[in-house]
Ligand binder design. Structure first.
Ligand code: ADP
Ligand code: MG
Ligand code: MG
Length: 251
């Protein structure tokens, strides 16, 4: 069953055309990994799927559960079950973690949440993520370490309970323990077999708990190579040179 379908997507940022005719299908339950050199367009892809206004779709379409969401704003996409974790999570001084996530939850669900039930769920999940309880009342990401920010993102993902979660380099800047906790958070999320994941990563550690179904390699704004999990290991060992060579020899 198709969850997300991207058709011939072209995206411009500022004056620059970044994504060029990207096609991608994500079925329910699948885990997709997006790889590619720095600056190739990975963040552009997930930001566009989330509808970040900085990214302008010049042509192509995005469908979610069969519905054309190309013109939808981020909040409308979030309500339909799309979530994105940012490469650099924002700090929100003045709003506590608890408040921030509860407000997001009621916005996404389009109804008020029971504070009691929410708080129980929050503290249970914070414990699983090895976050100290007092973090619930600290300002969102304010003065948090890289690892704490990423745990907060995973916490948000678990509570918002999206159908598709996109994680943009959730592992960058994390120490070994934080990587383990984040990757267990991902595993927990995937316990529901219908959940789909799109993970941008340079490291295989983050996905040690889930087996990706597909790996897509983006170079210069195009998906130039697709394969299974073995592609990750080949890229870790050999880099992207051989893929560039393949692209050049086919042109
Ligand atoms: P990746 O996530 O693969 O490292 P990005 O999607 O962040 O790559 O960036 C793709 C290209 O878009 C890069 O060349 C980058 O310099 C450019 N880019 C990203 N954000 C902006 C912006 N706000 N204005 C102009 N160019 C941008
Ligand atoms: Mg990058
Ligand atoms: Mg990026």
């Amino acid at each position: 069953e198709i969850l997300l379908e991207i058709k011939d997507l072209c995206v411009r940022v500022g004056e620059k055309d970044i994504l060029k005719n990207v096609n991608l299908k994500v079925n329910k339950g699948e885990t997709h990994v997006i790889m590619g050199p720095n600056g190739s367009g990975k963040s552009t892809l997930v930001n566009t799927i989330m509808s970040n206004p900085k990214y302008e779709i010049t042509s192509g379409k995005i469908f979610f559960e069969g519905e054309d969401v190309t013109e939808f704003a981020a909040d409308e996409r979030a309500k339909r079950g799309i979530f994105m974790s940012f490469q650099s999570p924002i700090e929100v001084p003045g709003i506590s973690v608890e408040n921030f996530i509860r407000t997001s939850k009621s916005a996404v669900d389009d109804k008020p949440v029971s504070v009691l039930r929410f708080n129980l769920d929050l503290s249970k999940r914070m414990k699983e993520l090895e976050m100290k309880p007092e973090y619930a009342s600290r300002y969102m990401n304010y003065g948090f370490s890289g690892g704490e920010k990423k745990k907060t993102e995973i916490l948000q993902m678990q509570i918002l309970n999206p159908k598709l979660a996109m994680l943009d380099e959730t592992d960058s800047g994390l120490d070994v323990d934080a990587v383990r906790i984040v990757s267990e958070g991902i595993k927990n999320f995937k316990k529901d077999e219908d959940k789909a994941l799109m993970i941008i990563t340079h490291h295989k550690e983050i996905i040690s708990n889930v087996v990706p179904d597909y790996v897509h390699v983006i170079i210069d704004g195009k998906i130039v190579k697709e394969g299974d999990a073995s592609l990750i290991h080949k890229i870790e060992e050999e880099g992207y040179g051989w893929i560039r060579d393949e692209v050049n020899s086919s042109n």
